[in-house]
Design a protein around this ligand. Sequence first.
Ligand SMILES: Cc1cc2nc3c(=O)[nH]c(=O)nc-3n(C[C@H](O)[C@H](O)[C@H](O)COP(=O)(O)OP(=O)(O)OC[C@H]3O[C@@H](n4cnc5c(N)ncnc54)[C@H](O)[C@@H]3O)c2cc1C
Ligand SMILES: NC(=O)c1ccc[n+]([C@@H]2O[C@H](COP(=O)([O-])OP(=O)(O)OC[C@H]3O[C@@H](n4cnc5c(N)ncnc54)[C@H](OP(=O)(O)O)[C@@H]3O)[C@@H](O)[C@H]2O)c1
Ligand SMILES: Cc1cc2nc3c(=O)[nH]c(=O)nc-3n(C[C@H](O)[C@H](O)[C@H](O)COP(=O)(O)O)c2cc1C
Length: 565
Amino acid sequence: MPSPGLLVLFGSQTGTAQDVSERLGREARRRRLECRVQALDSYSVVNLISEPLVIFVCATAGQGDPPDNMKNFWRFIFRKNLPPTSLCQMDFAVLGLGDSSYAKFNFVAKKLHRRLLQLGGSALLPACLGDDQHELGPDAAIDPWLHDLWEKVLGLYPVPPDLGVIPPGVPLPSKFTLRFLPEAPKMCSEEQHVAGADPPGPPSEQQPFLAPMVTNQRVTSPSHFQDVRLIEFDITGSGLSFAAGDVVLIRPQNQASHVQQFCRVLGLDPDQYFTLLPREPGVPCPTQLPQPCSVRHLVSHYLDVASVPRRSFFELLACLSPHELEREKLLQFSAPQDYLLDLIPPIRPRAFSIASSLLAHPSRLQILVAVVHYRTRLKEPRRGLCSSWLASLDPGRGPVQVPLWVRPGSLTFPETPDTPVIMVGPGTGVAPFRAAVQERVARGQTGNFLFFGCRWRDQDFYWESEWLELERKGCLTLFTAFSREQERKVYVQHRLRELGPLVWDLLDRRGAYFYLAGNAKGMPADVSEALTSVFREEGGLSGPDAANYLARLQRTMRFQSETWA
Ligand SMILES: Cc1cc2nc3c(=O)[nH]c(=O)nc-3n(C[C@H](O)[C@H](O)[C@H](O)COP(=O)(O)OP(=O)(O)OC[C@H]3O[C@@H](n4cnc5c(N)ncnc54)[C@H](O)[C@@H]3O)c2cc1C
Ligand SMILES: NC(=O)c1ccc[n+]([C@@H]2O[C@H](COP(=O)([O-])OP(=O)(O)OC[C@H]3O[C@@H](n4cnc5c(N)ncnc54)[C@H](OP(=O)(O)O)[C@@H]3O)[C@@H](O)[C@H]2O)c1
Ligand SMILES: Cc1cc2nc3c(=O)[nH]c(=O)nc-3n(C[C@H](O)[C@H](O)[C@H](O)COP(=O)(O)O)c2cc1C
């Protein structure tokens, strides 16, 4: 049977599902399958009825929500009036990306798999459930699943014997070619591209707002090992608005020294201009890149040259330079530089919980940023791209602008005046609760209970004086856990257990909402465990009943979490 044309459709909030989809695309091409890879919302969904073979790669975002770039598809596919035979010509498979510390683990992939079956599609195999919490990350589930997938697909559509599978050592053609221009264009396409004309709506990924940075203040003591910044932007005239729980997205750029070093090592002239041409028809050029574009702009604003290399990087590099004898081949490939966009991933925007309320700070947006800095076996310490870039900006030395936009958050707070909220936010996890407390206090909402954890009272107790002032005014009840002030660690979950009678009373009798934000590693599971132990001890529930109680809180959105790695 001839190749059916494989379609890979992805829904991705932060890029992982897109990376996996591109990997699928490459693996398909090696097997001589025609393959298109597209975001779900950029695909014309009415054509799905004539697709023979589709792989859906979907992350779960928010509280079990679909990522932004598949929301329209999601609404369409769950329309009640779709006939149950709509997709009876389609073989499909669903690959999910999720995190088992969330209550609705891989909810989108599971629900989509069921829906496609309902609409008559034939599943090639059960949905794959990638899990961030696995020590090997989502690949632990993806690798064996892909192995089975290709067996099924090749069973249906075998590789033509005269062509065979393209072996791993042979590079696939690059996605784009770079056509270098003899001289710089007269009009500066880059400035036009960044600043844009009159933005048509609120700022977005396509048209970010260039927000003036007002302050950038270190809020951990100078002697503390962790640099954390409170950063404030002026959003006057931006059209941005937000509520407690919303998130700001920031597009960082590479340090000038990294840009120079990268160009030097690859023999690129930063001032040279090029136009980008897709090799295959229908493949769009990245919207963030102006045309024509300078090498400097490409490397500063688009290529994530400081990122930890992905597996695909080594796969491609191995094709280009498996050993010394292949040096010539490497030169041959690196000369036209066409593989740059295949080798180096694009810079992804980074999310930060908004830490201020417009009701308390009109026209301002604040974030609390932990600067990522860690050592590996390499000589140079590794620095997080966005947090280090933000930390390096100094509005005291001249105007600084940061491209940003806002996304509705996954944490939502009750509007009733007296529904209590229990907020658990160790470290920078407290950021969204600062916005919530400000908003609730401004609206006269009572019952604000905050559990905050840090290392030492005098090193990393963010907003200490603000919290104490609010407590004094009777607007807030604060519980602290200073993990390193005594021999044994004391964390927020220890306080939750100690305050079990209060926590149980708030949740069971007063209908409180429970929120959790911060580091995804360990903390969410520990806090959930502490909560179920409160349900057992104070509510007298059995183990299974306590677990059901927590599940019910999650289902009814009275337990919400936002955690990050
Ligand atoms: C919804 C949401 C809200 C968020 N809110 C906040 C917030 O309020 N404040 C905040 O500071 N951050 C927040 N984050 C995290 C933020 O988006 C960035 O991930 C963070 O700032 C790091 O980005 P970076 O570009 O500096 O680092 P990157 O260049 O992206 O590097 C980070 C990566 O480095 C690796 N890494 C980090 N530390 C180590 C280590 N010790 N050992 C080995 N590898 C390591 C990990 O792979 C990690 O993913 C939030 C994330 C999400 C999704
Ligand atoms: N790679 C990692 O695993 C990792 C882990 C934590 C933080 N970080 C990095 O550190 C920076 C700041 O992170 P952050 O603001 O989220 O938090 P943080 O400052 O690292 O930690 C805040 C508080 O949470 C405590 N804590 C540690 N494990 C916990 C658990 N299982 N349950 C409850 N509390 C726990 C910490 O105690 P102790 O430190 O005393 O144990 C500390 O008192 C970020 O750059 C983050 O990426 C990385
Ligand atoms: C704010 C946030 C909310 C999340 N919510 C869920 C969730 O409800 N269920 C789940 O299984 N995974 C959840 N995850 C984990 C993501 O699905 C997982 O990290 C995935 O790899 C992200 O893929 P993407 O980069 O393509 O968006 C969440 C992650 C973040 C940062």
